[in-house]
Design a protein around this ligand. Structure first.
Ligand code: MEV
Length: 448
């Protein structure tokens, strides 16, 4: 895929033209596009296979964010999301970053953590139990690796064990961490089976009672990092009433970052803005967004204070330098990713990445959404863009069709009266005037 993701005016294209662009860009087989045009793309038999008590499926809008370039390669990024402004904002920020040189992204580590809890040991015996586990590490890892021979064939497997002690809690306990490389699987089943498989041996070695055996979603050994340099002049823009100067915007964005990094109340919203870019891609590719969400927020609190997940700074020329590090537990093999028809299409649009490449893409998407939110918040405010889309949604909700949507939304924005009831009144007026006009046209051209 050496084609450009900078597709100008993608949003102005008709649906068919957008899908044609995808076919051109990502060599998406034409028969797969039927999944996209088949709205509510999950067949009941598949839904019934995924969950108990299925009664249907719950579609979300699926769009693509344009203008991404990551490590020199262009991507169109599929996003499944209900919030109107997310895809537009993502594409907008990605374009600014594209024109500044694109994203750089890397995997920092690829190990899932599994936890085995050990109870009922006297605190004085913790050190000896820890020592015994550490002396038997090689044997324990070998047993762990015999549980998943196919994972070993794929180059993954259990890599290490770590022992942690909690002697000062109401009921003192120890925890063994199993570190396992799941390659392209999300890894939850792999690591949970290993924890359950190792537990009896650890019980025998230590004499402890085994408690829980489960993965940790604070996947801080499965980390990805995205970086970008944003040229200050690419951020400048003209408002109807004001010209936002490059250095002024970069300074304000930096101040916005400091706010989020200092105050947890702001950090939660700032990080939600990052997850606006993360979750929709996680969902579109059939991955477990609750796991990714849990990991991200736990990681944001790793210092004991909940902070910004992203870091922003200014270089000597007052350009912005952005960085986002996230725990990223994703799979591109097995599970829903391959069974869900539109998740398969989403992966195809991305060029069928492996889990690590997908993690990089998602991290960049998070950083772009963060930039878009901060730029809007520290200049015109978020509501203007939101209200435009909100007005369109209200018009649609009130029953507007085709061009009526734009006309009614514009009128609501012009009169600063944006509500469902106003949209209904405007539709009625619009339709009445167009009927009257038609009647007039017919009567004036009538031969009678
Ligand atoms: C809205 O979905 C996300 C924002 O609130 C994020 C932020 O405040 O940074 C705009």
């Amino acid at each position: 895929m050496d084609k450009t993701s900078r597709i100008k005016g993608f949003y102005k294209l008709q649906r068919g033209e957008r899908i044609d662009s995808l076919i051109n860009f990502s060599d998406l087989p034409v028969d797969q596009t039927q999944v996209l045009t088949h709205d509510g793309s999950l067949p009941f038999e598949t839904a019934d296979l995924f969950v108990e008590n299925a009664i249907g499926s719950h579609p979300l809008p699926l769009g693509v964010a344009t203008s991404y370039q990551i490590n020199g390669r262009d991507y169109l990024i599929p996003m499944a999301v209900e919030e109107s402004s997310v895809i537009a904002a993502s594409s907008n920020a990605a374009k600014i970053i594209y024109e500044s040189g694109g994203f750089q992204a890397e995997i920092l580590s690829n190990l899932m953590i599994g936890q085995i809890q050990l109870l009922d040991l006297p605190v004085e015996e913790f050190a000896a139990a820890k020592d015994r586990i550490e002396r038997h590490k090689a044997q324990l890892l070998q047993v762990a690796n015999e549980i998943h021979p196919r994972l070993i064939m794929r180059g993954g497997g259990a890599r290490d064990l770590e022992v942690r002690i909690f002697p000062d809690t109401e009921i003192p306990f120890m925890v063994v961490h199993v570190l396992l490389d799941p390659k392209d699987a999300m890894g939850a089943n792999l690591i949970n089976t290993v924890c359950e498989g190792l537990a009896p041996m650890i019980e025998e070695l230590t004499g402890a009672r085994i408690g829980l055996r489960i993965l940790s979603n604070l996947a801080d050994r499965r980390m990805v990092r995205a970086r970008c340099l944003v040229k200050k002049e690419k951020l400048a823009f003209k408002d109807p009433s004001f010209e936002w100067k490059p250095e002024e915007i970069t300074q304000k964005i930096y101040e916005a970052f400091l706010f989020a990094d200092t105050d947890p109340y702001r950090a939660a919203t700032h990080n939600k803005g990052i997850m606006n870019g993360v979750d929709p891609v996680v969902i579109a590719t059939g991955n477990d967004w609750r796991a990714v969400e849990a990991g991200a927020h736990a990681y944001a609190a790793r210092t004991g204070r909940y902070r910004s997940l992203s870091k922003w700074s200014l270089d000597k020329e007052h350009n912005l330098v952005g960085e986002l590090e996230l725990p990223m537990q994703l799979g591109t093999v097995g599970g829903v990713t391959r069974l869900h028809p539109s998740a398969r299409v989403a992966l195809q649009i991305l060029g069928n990445p492996n889990a690590q490449e997908l993690a990089k893409i998602i991290c960049c998407s998070g950083l772009a959404s963060n930039l878009a939110a901060m730029r809007a918040l520290c200049t015109t405010g978020i509501q203007r863009g939101h209200m435009k889309l909100h007005a369109k949604n209200l018009a649609l909700g009130a029953g507007a069709k085709g061009k009526e949507v734009e006309t009614i939304a514009k009128e609501m924005l012009r009169t600063k009266s944006i509500s469902a009831s106003k949209a209904e009144v405007l539709i009625e007026e619009l339709r009445r005037t167009s009927t009257e006009k038609k009647d007039h046209d017919v009567s004036s051209t009538s031969p009678c």
